[in-house]
Design a protein around this ligand. Sequence first.
Ligand SMILES: [Zn+2]
Ligand SMILES: [Zn+2]
Length: 333
Amino acid sequence: MRAIQVRAAGADFELIEKEIPQPKEREVLIKVEACGICHGDALAKEGGFPGLSYPRVPGHEVVGTVDKLGSAVSHWKVGQRVGVGWHGGHCFSCSPCREGEFGACDNSLTTGLSTDGGYAEYMIARSEALHGIPEGLSPLDAAPLLCAGGTTLGALRHSGAKGGDLVAVQGMGGLGHLAVQFAVKLGCKTVALSRGKQKEKLARQLGAHAYIDTSAAEAAKELQTMGGAQVILCTAPGGKGIGELVGGLSRKGHLVLVSFSREPLQIPSVPLLRGARSISGWVGGNLEDTIHFSVHAGVKPMIEVFPLEQAAAAYNKMMDATVLFRSVLKMMN
Ligand SMILES: [Zn+2]
Ligand SMILES: [Zn+2]
C-alpha cells in the first residue's frame, strides 16, 4: 500500500510503499477513503507528543470501509463504512474508563500519533475507537467532522449554549466555519468574528446573524451592545485578542478555547470577578452525536480535496490558513 510517513521529528512527508498491516484480535483493517488534515497533525510532523515514536503515518480524521476483522471483533462488518478520530482506543480498566470517561483513559491511544493514522491506503484501528458513518454522507465530507466537527459541536454542547443565546465564534477557518453552522443549527443567535471584511459574505451564507470585523471594531464592545455573548468560542490562535474578548461576555458567560495558542493568554481580571464569567478549553467530542447532528441539520464542511501524494501541499495550506476551509486527502484506490 501507499502511505505518507514522517521519518523523524521535523522531517518532510515522504510517500512510501509498505505491506498492508494485519489486524490483531481487537483491531480492524480499514481501507481508507478519505483523511482530513488537522492542526494536530503538526505534532506527528514536528514531534513533541508524549510517547510518539518514528516513523509515523499521521492522520486522525479517517473515513473508510472495514476490510478485515480481528478475531475478537464481532460488532463491525466487512464492507461497513466507519470513521476514526483523535481517540484511537482505551483500556476499559483504568479509573476514568471505569467511570465511562473513555476519552480520558490513562492508557488511551491517539490515532496518527501513538498508532499509524489515515494518510495511507489502509490503516489499523482498535474496534472500540470506530464510529459508524451513514451511507448518504460522503467520506470526504465526513472526515473533517471527526475532529474539527466533533470539537466545535462538543465545545458548544459543553458550554451550555441554548437556543436563543448569543454565541460568538471568533475565527472563520477550518474550525470556525463549522462552529458557525453548528451554533446556527442549535438555534443560537450567532455572531462571526474575523479580521477584515473578506469572510463576511461566507459567514452570512453559513447562517451567521451578524458579523464583526475585529480589525475595524472593538469586538467586546459590539457584543455588549447586542446584550453580551453567553458563549464565545475561540477557534483562532492569538493570546492577546482572545483576552480582550472576555469583555464581550454576558454575566456568567463562558469563553471556550478550541485551538492551540503558543502565546500565553492575557486575561483581564475585572470582567471575570464582576460577572462570574469563565474561561475554559475543549477538544474532542462525541463523534456519534456530531455525525448524527450534522446529517440531520445539514452541517457540511467546506473542503479542498488532494490526492495522497499531495499531502505536503495540503498540510502546508492548512498550516498557513490558506485552505478553504479544510484539507482532505482522497485515496485513489
Ligand atoms: Zn484534529
Ligand atoms: Zn482506560
